[in-house]
Write a protein that binds this ligand. Structure first.
Ligand code: AQP
Length: 332
């Protein structure tokens, strides 16, 4: 059966981009695929984390998955560090990954910035761990936002390199699934940069836990331009903020940008923004409320993660045993 693997880092500030670019798409996919949804805590450690926040953020991501509609009985939901196969496979894959491939990764360049020599090895090796996450379960499809496309291509290259080196077809080449009208949700303060958890401005993003007033305020303050919305999608060219808000509306309404412009073309932002904030509140409000409800029951969340990690470990142990055989590792 085709299998999906995807994940979110427990780094706080879960936002509309994580929801529209990733989590929401998973909900629909769970009907047709065997799904493994991970909270990638080892990835979070590539940048400094406070231990209490990391634990709380891990539970928050689990709550977001469930509140968004992922069924923990049908899908495997767990945190990455609870399955040691991720780190072990990352080592095996790291041994066959040329440095040149990693040097091309733009996310490392962005995150390491000008202080490249001070960046941790983990941040540099992040895409190898991501390849291991996917390949450990022999996932065939990986639904992610557009920002992860390059890492996904690398995971395919690594899978191919492993198969060639060991003359096997053990790993399927995972297919990216970049779905919906909002595959790259941009900051509400600057339509040219990605909406991101680490943006210091709270007004740059709508968080999944924002209440109705906060969502309305953030949409009201979102940067726009003085012109009315165009009637056609090509009229959004060179209008990054307008393009972003129209894409967000289309994704939330599960329609196309053309349909949004058929309704709002020629109208000012003073009309469009209240409609957008009502829609965002209607879609995110119930999820945020369910998240807070779930987070009150720590035992429930921890129980789901525990059960998920047992199921994930079962697959991982089986695949690691086969990999040891392929690589020639003795298991006395
Ligand atoms: N702005 C976005 N638009 C669409 N999809 C997005 N994703 C993230 N931002 C957007 C998708 O969400 C999933 C989980 O992402 P992540 O938390 O593991 O990592 P990230 O991409 O590093 O998230 P951020 O918000 O950008 O965090 P920082 O600020 O730390 O860099 C992935 O599928 C991602 O594509």
């Amino acid at each position: 059966m085709n299998r999906i693997f995807s994940g979110v880092q427990p780094t706080g500030n879960l936002h509309l981009g994580n929801y529209l670019g990733a989590i929401r798409n998973w909900v629909a996919l769970q009907r047709d695929y065997d799904c493994v949804f991970c909270i990638v805590d080892l990835h979070a450690l590539t940048l400094p984390q406070r231990r209490d926040e990391l634990r709380a953020n891990t539970r928050e991501v689990a709550a977001a998955y469930i509140a968004a509609g992922i069924d923990p009985d049908r899908c495997i939901i767990f945190n990455q560090a609870a399955v040691s196969g991720h780190s072990e496979l990352a080592w095996l894959l790291g041994c066959i990954t040329p440095l040149g491939w990693l040097n091309r990764m733009t996310q490392f360049k962005e995150k390491a910035g000008r202080h490249r020599d001070n960046a941790g090895l983990g941040l540099y090796a992040y895409p190898v761990l991501m390849a291991a996450d996917i390949l450990l379960y022999k996932a065939t499809h990986v639904p992610v936002g557009e920002d992860q496309k390059q890492h996904l291509e690398l995971a395919r290259d690594i899978a191919g390199a492993f198969n060639r080196q060991y003359e096997t077809e053990f790993f399927p080449l995972p297919e990216p699934q970049i779905l919906g009208e909002a595959t790259r949700v941009m900051s509400l303060r600057d339509g040219r940069v990605k909406m991101s958890k680490s943006d210091p401005s709270e007004y740059s993003r709508i968080n999944m836990t924002d209440d109705a007033d906060t969502i309305a305020l953030k949409v009201r303050k979102a940067k726009t331009d003085p012109d009315p919305l165009p009637h056609e999608v090509k009229g959004l060219e060179n209008r990054p903020e307008a393009a972003n808000l129209v894409s967000i509306y289309a994704a939330l309404a599960e329609t196309s940008r053309e349909a949004v412009l058929a309704e709002f073309g020629g109208k000012m932002f003073s009309i469009f923004k209240p409609a957008l904030s009502d829609l965002a509140v209607a879609r995110l409000g119930p999820i945020g409320q369910e998240m807070s409800h779930l987070l009150k029951d720590r035992g429930l969340i921890d129980g789901i993660l525990h059960k998920g990690s047992e199921r994930a470990n079962e697959i991982a142990r089986h695949h690691m045993a086969e990999l040891h055989d392929i690589v020639g590792i003795l298991r006395p």
